[in-house]
Write a protein that binds this ligand. Structure first.
Ligand code: IVH
Length: 689
């Protein structure tokens, strides 16, 4: 088989597997098998740059090239929707719309996904451009980033028969992904995204598509634009999009009456708390294109559609006390302690108050009845005070001036809303918090330790900073309550293994203020070593991607600290990686050699063997040719392959011989996988499309 043929075969197969995974949510191969096919394609593409294709599935991985966004004019304006929060207004809109069109009008009721709008242009059934809404007539070309989103088809699953068309839809982030991202940012002392919408929009504008690829964005299609489209209605066009391979919400229903529309709304107003997708309302659209044309549009929005927006759920309850949390960076977060109240499916007892300014703006007082909301269904917050129920003798709240944990006077840095406890090295929650951050899976991955054990070790005087972890001995741990010899040995083992963690994760693990996972990657890539970062000037630091003045200051401040520097030296002696690696190959023993694998093997799967070949610098080929160095032959090998190899003089080796070539048996690290999002469907009236 020629390389070109195999490349095409792999692209087709990977596109299909992507579609099954992201759009149908029915994975058909393991992540490992998928990754092996992807790697084979990556290798072939690297060998044959002449067959490069921007729509190859390898582009999903993203790249480190910096994106500059071009402003692009929309061929069809991206309008917005008129909104309503009231069922009466919605009824008026439906009465008017139904009255103005003579025939029976059906409407499509759909979920209003709370993300960011995108317009995808397809030419000859291939994605050529992805543009943000922008101001409605021009948007930013974010194609490179959008290519990394698994559910956006790069090439269609079925021929459309259309020369060119645009698919519009929403790019969004699910709550689980959003929560995880924010938890990571919080732990890193990075600014949090206010809601999944901001997270999706912010991610789409990132400079490096590789990081977009990691953020697990989702796409759902809700509109088609083009000249002479062969559809008479919206529902027809959505059915076609589904056949082409686009994700189209299964919640959408064609409704024939206002009553059914209202049922749809009521159902999803309650149900939205139970689904992972962020939904802020329902969109009601006239289905027939002919009726749409007759209704027309205003300069801003079509008259044939309206958005009914859900009200943020609120509850009224009493504020009993304000307590203060100290984070690992010393940041103080005031917390409202409330009478328990039911809100959007959970009982709320505590809500965040963010900072002193917010308390002052609300003029919050102990004993007040306050409104709590789930800001986009996440951490509840106090949004207002019911002044009519304020106790007569209440007093304005005094914000604390000293750390509730260690008593140190709090400081407020310029331009920051939060108060900080500056006592980094002797304030318990800061010390414990930094160690907890250090051991996290995404950092040094010493999670066998766990938060409780960290506290136990700290309280027993065994650890006081991250470097102390590397001096721990199993016998010191084994005598502690709840531990014992076995877990002590496990802990010591995973501490030792953490020395293998790559440099960018070590940098993240240090817990430098504002240096989250992403920034750490950029810094590691730019400077390549910790020493280079430690000696970099403010100006030099700014040259790294995404590093602004605030981050540069924080880095300089961190390394200026004598105690931090001595911790760094101890970590260096413990053998942690302080330099970026060139290549993660296990060895170079197979460099320049090519392999064809055939048959089945006793100790490894074929994919494992392929991975081992690559990890030792060798290349996998699909078919025997005169370029093949070895045919790795197992049981039930195809006779044709064997014959061809013999004829061409290709050496035939067994599994044992191969294992000997790479210096004995080995295993490869497991591949991490992301869960697939769930599709929603409504068990209510209306017709499916
Ligand atoms: S239709 C001309 N359908 O809501 C109308 N929009 O507030 C085109 N949105 O910009 C939009 N889910 O980003 C439509 N099922 C859906 C939607 C949806 C979310 C967003 C879209 C639009 C915004 C308007």
């Amino acid at each position: 088989m020629s390389a070109e043929h195999r490349i095409n075969e792999l692209r087709q197969k990977l596109n299909y597997l992507n579609h099954m995974y992201y759009v149908e949510s029915k994975p058909v191969v393991t992540d490992y098998e998928f990754d092996m096919l992807l790697r084979e394609l990556q290798d072939l593409e690297a060998l044959h740059p002449e067959f490069a294709d921007p729509n190859s599935p390898t582009m999903r991985v993203g790249s480190d090239l910096t994106n500059k966004f071009q402003s692009v004019a929309h061929a069809y304006p991206m309008l917005s929707l008129s909104n309503t929060y009231s069922l009466e207004e919605l009824q008026e809109w439906m009465d008017k719309t139904f009255r103005e069109s003579d025939s029976q009008v059906s409407v499509s009721c759909e979920l209003k996904y709370d993300g960011t709008a995108i317009s995808l242009t397809y030419e000859d059934d291939r994605l050529v451009r992805a543009v943000t809404r922008g101001d409605g007539s021009r948007g930013d070309d974010v194609t490179e980033n959008v290519r990394t989103i698994g559910s956006v088809p790069l090439t269609l699953q079925q021929m459309s028969g259309l020369k060119t068309f645009e698919v519009r839809g929403e790019i969004f982030m699910t709550y689980p992904t959003f929560d995880r991202l924010n938890a990571e940012r919080e732990a890193a002392g990075e600014q949090l995204f206010a809601n999944p919408r901001n997270a999706a929009a912010g991610t789409l504008k990132l400079q490096q598509s590789r990081i977009v690829a990691e953020r697990n964005l989702q796409f759902t299609a809700y509109q088609v634009e083009g000249r002479d489209l062969p559809f008479a209605s919206h529902s027809q066009s959505m059915e076609a999009l589904r056949r082409f391979g686009f994700p189209v919400s299964t919640a959408a229903r064609i409704c024939e009456s206002a009553d059914v529309v209202k049922q749809f709304i009521e159902y999803w107003d309650a149900e939205r708390a139970n689904i992972p997708e962020p939904i802020d309302g329902v969109v009601i659209k006239v289905d027939s294109y002919a009726v749409r044309r007759a209704l027309g549009r205003t300069s801003k929005a079509p008259k044939w559609a309206v958005a009914y927006k859900f009200k943020a759920e609120q509850a009224l309850t009493r504020l009993n006390e304000v307590t203060y949390q100290v984070g690992r960076t010393g940041a103080i977060t005031p917390v409202a302690n409330l009478d328990p109240v039911h809100l959007a499916g959970t009982t709320v007892k505590r809500a965040t108050l963010h900072n002193a300014d917010q308390i002052e703006a609300l003029d919050l007082r102990i004993g007040d009845m306050v409104y709590v909301e789930k800001g986009g269904e996440i951490i509840p917050k106090v949004t207002a005070v019911e002044l009519s129920q304020r106790p007569a003798d209440s007093q304005p709240l005094q914000y604390i001036t000293h750390c509730p944990e260690c008593g140190t006077e709090l400081v407020r840095y310029e331009g920051e809303a939060k108060h900080y406890c500056p006592n980094q090295s002797h304030c318990r929650p800061q010390i414990v918090g930094r160690i907890e951050h250090f051991i996290r899976r995404k950092a040094m991955n010493i999670e066998t330790l766990g938060s409780e054990t960290v506290e136990l070790l700290f309280d027993n005087g065994l650890i006081n900073n991250i470097a102390d972890l590397y001096d721990l001995r199993a016998d010191q741990l084994a005598v502690l309550p709840r531990l014992g010899e076995k877990s002590a040995a496990n802990i010591i083992q995973s501490i030792r293994l953490s020395a293998e963690v790559p440099f960018h994760r070590v940098l993240f693990a240090l817990g430098i203020r504002f240096v989250g996972e992403t920034t750490a990657k950029y810094l590691a890539e730019h400077f390549r070593s910790l020493d280079a970062i430690m000696t970099a000037s403010h100006e030099e630091l700014l040259e790294a991607e995404e590093v602004g003045s605030k981050i540069a200051d924080a880095i300089i401040e961190y390394f200026a600290d004598e105690e931090n520097r001595s911790i760094i030296e101890r970590l260096r002696r413990a053998g942690l990686k302080f330099e970026a690696e060139q290549k993660q190959n296990l060895s170079e023993s197979l460099v320049g050699l090519t392999f064809v694998i055939s048959g089945s093997f006793a100790d490894h799967s074929r994919d494992e063997l392929k991975a081992l070949i690559e990890a030792h610098g060798g290349k996998n080929l699909a078919a025997v040719s005169s370029n093949t160095s070895y045919l790795l032959a197992g049981d039930k090998i195809g006779p044709a392959k064997l014959q061809k190899a013999t004829k061409l003089g290709v050496r035939i080796i067994s599994e044992q011989e191969f294992v000997a070539m790479i210096g004995g048996s080995q295993t490869l690290p497991a591949v991490e996988s992301e869960p697939t999002p769930t599709q929603t469907s409504a068990p209510i009236q209306g017709t499916l499309f």
